[in-house]
Design a protein around this ligand. Structure first.
Ligand code: TNX
Length: 534
């Protein structure tokens, strides 16, 4: 990886307990710059951990928590800046990493360690690095090589999307995922909360959204009570308190939660609850089938009033600058078939349904801009002309992202070909059900977010990358873990590590050290990638 010279070879003073020695740091994602130095540092239960202020203390506490989980040893946190030059110091230091908002500097010397950053976020990432360094060996006493790291992420958007509409997860599972994201230095949790198969946000103003829209009857046996054969609905939503709790929990881990409220398509669950806002006025059931559905919002003033009310509730729950409004897969048949939609188009002088979708999204964009937020949508929001200030999430390959960047719009790359974790990862018979195409770990790793057809200036519009966890095939947390881990480690390196530092063989050499860390946190990662490698 970096310029690794000599390895720590000092022997411990004799009265100390036996220690595990880290031969070579195994950090994921690999840092921007790392230089190994002379000697090594010993960490054990007696190592003091200094934190000078509240922010540093919060970071030190997270560090201690992680060390306790992986190595069974915490070290004691003390107030102060560690002038004694022993132990570990966490310091907010305006001089350190000032020009990199999430960067940090880490120095390990034979006598002490200093982690410094200009803000708490950067300091937290420094703590994650130090924890990985020390947990590259097992045991309550570890010795790690002296080194100097200067680190900052390549991208500001390092995301993971979770679909809680098709199947939903418990708050505890979501928190476990947020914890794991933070330990991979990911900072954006895109929460897909509404779709044809379910509405998962409690609405105070429109309670039928979660009461009716939150329930579907699964197809086949899963939808029947085993004894009586009665319909067994699959129901669930997150209360506003639970959502606030998740948002706060994420923020403590330096993760922004970006909600998604899909429109004008993927709204069958909404129309099931409030048919007056659908284009045709009929009342469908909440869907229990996967794939693309025909239901579209109407385009009259009542419908916009409803959407804006719901957005207001969402904005109050999610402080995120970006609000995802979907925009994908809106087949236009219902708009074509609806007399009132056609009349509205004539009135507005809108030529076709693609132009109508563009008008629709522009209207929502103006609403969100008026509230100081930014609209984000799937790449279909380019069709018929993109709204000013809209940001594009490129999922049908990178083409949409390229077009958006060329026209001066910001982009998050999340191509299905490389970053969809609902695709299987190997040809092993032990893969659980999933979408049939394969996205092996190496393919995730090899994704390059900034296409070389872009100029440097256009390339700066690529905010970053995100992997998506669609859950049609992931009924359980176990399956989700299989899909996410360890591919999330490859994603982390795509999102964080400078392109010229990426090296798949080296990544594979570091990956084994990551696995005991997963186990320590009870993460049931996929074994299939390792069967293939064996
Ligand atoms: C396409 S990606 C969808 C989702 C599905 C996914 C399954 C996107 C914007 N739309 O609705 O869940 O494929 O892989």
């Amino acid at each position: 990886l970096a310029a690794c010279g000599r390895q720590g070879t000092e022997t411990a003073p004799s009265p100390l307990p036996a220690e595990a020695v880290v031969a070579k740091p195994a950090l994921i994602p690999a840092p921007m710059r790392m230089e190994q130095r002379e000697g090594s540092f010993r960490f054990d239960a007696a190592t003091p951990i200094f934190a000078a202020d509240a922010a540093a203390r919060r970071v030190a506490a997270r560090f201690a928590e992680m060390m306790a989980a992986t190595n069974g040893v915490e070290g004691g946190i003390r107030d102060g800046s560690g002038d004694a030059r022993e132990g570990i110091v966490f310091a907010i230091d305006p001089e350190a990493s000032a020009d990199a908002p999430e960067g940090y500097v880490l120095d390990v010397t034979p006598t002490h360690v200093r982690v410094a950053a200009s803000n708490e976020r950067g300091l937290f990432y420094g703590a994650v690095t130090l924890w990985q360094l020390l947990s590259s060996a097992q045991g309550q006493a570890v010795r790690t090589p002296a080194l100097h790291i200067e680190d900052a992420p390549r991208f500001g958007w390092r995301g993971l999307m979770l679909d809680s509409a098709r199947h939903f997860q418990s708050i505890d599972e979501i928190k476990q995922l947020l914890d794991a994201m933070a330990r991979h230095k990911l900072n954006t949790f895109h929460w897909h909360l509404t779709d044809d198969q379910g509405w998962r946000i409690e609405s105070l103003k429109y309670p039928r959204l979660h009461e009716v829209g939150g329930c579907r009857i699964p197809a086949g046996e899963a939808g029947l009570e085993p004894r009586t054969g009665e319909p067994r609905p699959y129901c669930g939503y997150y209360t506003q308190d639970q959502i606030r709790d998740v948002v706060a929990y994420a923020a403590e881990r330096h993760i922004t939660v970006v909600p998604e409220f899909d429109m004008p398509g993927h709204v069958q669950a909404v129309v099931a609850a409030y048919p007056q806002y659908g284009s045709l006025g009929d009342t469908p059931p909440v869907s229990n089938e996967w794939g693309v559905h025909p239901y579209l919002f109407n385009v009259d003033e009542d419908t916009f009033g409803f959407i804006e009310d719901v957005l207001d509730e969402i904005l109050a729950l999610f402080p995120s600058q970006y609000i995802h409004i979907g925009g994908d897969e809106a087949v236009k048949d219902q708009w074509q078939a609806s007399a009132s939609v056609q009349a509205r188009m004539r009135e507005l002088g809108i030529a076709d349904e693609t132009a109508l979708q563009s008008w629709f999204i522009k209207r929502i964009e103006a609403y969100l801009s008026g509230k100081g937020r930014r609209l984000l949508g799937w790449d279909e929001i380019l069709d018929g002309g993109i709204a000013p200030n809209a940001t594009v999430m490129s999922w049908r390959g990178t083409e949409g992202g390229i077009a958006a960047a060329r026209s001066g719009h910001d982009v998050v790359m999340t191509p299905g070909s490389h970053l969809y974790l609902d695709f299987l990862q190997t040809a092993s018979p032990n893969e659980p059900p999933g979408r049939p195409v394969q996205v092996p770990m190496e393919k995730v790793y090899d994704f390059e977010p900034v296409p070389d057809v872009l100029t440097a200036e256009q390339g700066r519009h690529i905010l970053g990358v995100q992997a998506n966890v669609w859950t049609e095939h992931m009924r359980t947390w176990e399956r989700m873990q299989h899909a996410i881990f360890p591919r999330i480690a490859a994603l982390a390196e795509v999102a964080w590590t400078p392109a010229e530092r990426k090296d798949y063989a080296d990544f594979l050499a570091r990956l084994p050290a990551q696995l005991p860390r997963y186990r320590a946190f009870g993460i049931a990662y996929a074994q299939t990638p390792f069967e293939v490698m064996a």
